[in-house]
Design a protein around this ligand. Structure first.
Ligand SMILES: Nc1nc2c(c(=O)[nH]1)N[C@H]1C(S)=C(S)[C@@H](COP(=O)(O)O)O[C@H]1N2
Ligand SMILES: [Mo]
Length: 445
């Protein structure tokens, strides 16, 4: 095995063992607000309420002199302290903007509950979302349409069919921490993914009412989150999808997650959920969709953001910006969500292993696991999804023949026969689309 592959493997398993994420060794870790100071990153990674205390200590001079409970709202948002109150066990990667991922063993539910849903903020949560204030909220549909619309949330609820679907949302940069050389950005390991249940209306139905013109090429999404600079003129993120993708029946304009109003961190009061593509197309705090006659060029659509080289490149290549193309469909992927990595199992006895599998093209065809570092594979059972683009439950029983250290490697295969690679696929400058096999450690005793 090459040095690079070896390092990658080791870091992969180290990351899953800690349940926490990268060791800081591969990633450059810039752009998260946490910097690369190892002590600080270790603090962040230790998470929980106490970690936020530590973060506060580092971000507010003289915080010891502040009476408890008197942390100004803006500072609370900087540290995520208040907003993270009901999140459970997430690993905080950055506090401004707030980004946090979920250890694999906390993603075992078929429907990801609020407390285990990862958070990816490019800016600050808008004040009306923090206040759960949706009064007067309007969604504008304009651009290449015959009949521009201004819809209230009540209009959405009364004029279109309401649908509920479980759908995977995964950040395009999930797995970035394992690329070598590392890429800047949040050092997501495996946990920037979840599968909540979303309720709303079909984006396609709303666009049909607006009368999409033949000239339509792309959507452009807008929300009201606040740029880190505080400048109200600056867009935080504005992405889009090809019009054909927007017209597929799966894509929703959602107002509820898991049967309740969409929480502040996840886009209150409206968001898009466009499955199969990088999470970044699923605009939170949604207040406008403009139909364009060209590929959208909003914030984080251009340059290196959510873009891949148009051709395969060697790791570390400096790819010219003009050779970068928009990332679309996400690759097939899976997680081992039970047992927790590092668990002891009885030697010679069957142990249940389970998790989820999903694919950007909507279907997973097969699931396999290996307990001998990929030398042999056994087929796992794979349940059908409750609906397209929900993740699918898989289960296997493994028997470890003698006492010692093992790894479970998990490999999903999509409907086109494409499987997850054992090591990082297609290196790219910003570290997108890593669907390498997830691995956990098991100790036979
Ligand atoms: N308005 C807005 N929408 C957004 C983002 C954002 O920062 N602002 N982040 C995007 C990215 S990059 C991802 S991966 C998902 C994350 O959704 P979540 O935070 O609800 O898990 O939201 C997307 N929608
Ligand atoms: Mo993302």
């Amino acid at each position: 095995m090459s040095d690079q592959a070896d390092r990658e493997q080791n870091e992969g398993i180290k990351a899953v063992e800690s349940g926490a994420g990268d060791t800081g060794a591969t990633g450059t870790g810039t752009g998260t607000g946490t910097g690369t100071d190892p002590a600080r990153r270790a603090f962040l990674r230790s998470t929980g309420a106490s970690a936020f205390g530590a973060m506060l200590g580092m971000t507010i001079p003289f915080q010891r002199n502040l009476p408890a409970g008197l942390i100004p709202v803006a500072l609370a948002q900087d540290t995520g302290q208040a907003m993270m109150a009901e999140k459970d066990g997430l690993i905080v990667l950055g506090d401004r903007p707030l980004n946090a991922e979920t250890p694999a063993h906390l993603l075992d539910d078929d429907i990801t509950p609020y407390e285990h849903m990862f958070i990816r903020m490019n800016g600050l949560v808008p004040q009306n979302a923090l206040d759960s204030d949706a009064s007067g909220w309007m969604l504008t549909i304009d651009g290449e349409v015959d009949n521009p619309l201004e819809l209230s949330i009540d209009d959405l609820k009364s004029r279109f069919e309401t649908v509920t679907r479980a759908m995977v949302l995964e950040c395009g940069g999930n797995g970035r921490a394992f690329f070598n050389p590392g890429a800047s950005g949040n050092q997501w390991t495996t946990g920037a993914v979840g599968c909540p249940e979303w309720t709303g209306v079909r984006l396609a139905d709303v666009l049909a009412e607006a009368g999409v013109r033949d000239s339509a090429v792309y959507t452009a999404h807008y929300g009201n989150d606040v740029h880190l600079s505080g400048d109200p003129e600056k867009e935080v993120i504005s992405r889009g999808v090809p019009i054909d993708k927007a017209m597929q029946e799966d894509a929703l304009i959602a107002w509820a997650m898991n049967g309740a109003d969409i929480p502040a961190l996840h886009g209150f009061p409206l968001r898009l959920v466009i499955p199969g593509y990088p999470g970044s197309v699923s605009q939170k705090y949604l207040n406008r969709i403009t139909i364009r006659d060209q590929e959208h060029d909003g914030a984080k659509m251009t340059g290196y953001s959510y873009r891949l080289p148009a051709y395969p490149v060697a790791p570390g290549t400096e790819v010219p910006e003009s050779d970068m193309v928009v990332m679309t469909e996400m690759p097939v992927k899976s997680l081992v969500t039970f047992p927790r990595t590092g668990t002891e199992v009885a030697t010679g006895e069957a142990a249940e292993i389970r998790g989820h599998a999903w694919a950007g093209n909507g279907d997973v065809a097969a699931m396999h696991v290996s307990t001998d570092f990929g030398q042999t594979w056994q087929e796992a059972t794979l349940e059908p999804p409750p609906n397209r683009f929900a993740w699918q439950r898989w289960r296997a029983e493994v028997t470890l023949p003698e006492a010692g250290y093992y790894e479970v490697w998990a490999r999903a295969t999509d409907a086109n026969g494409v499987s997850q690679p054992a090591t990082t696929p297609g290196w790219n400058p910003r570290g997108y689309g890593n669907n390498m096999q997830h691995r956990i450690a098991l100790i036979a005793v």
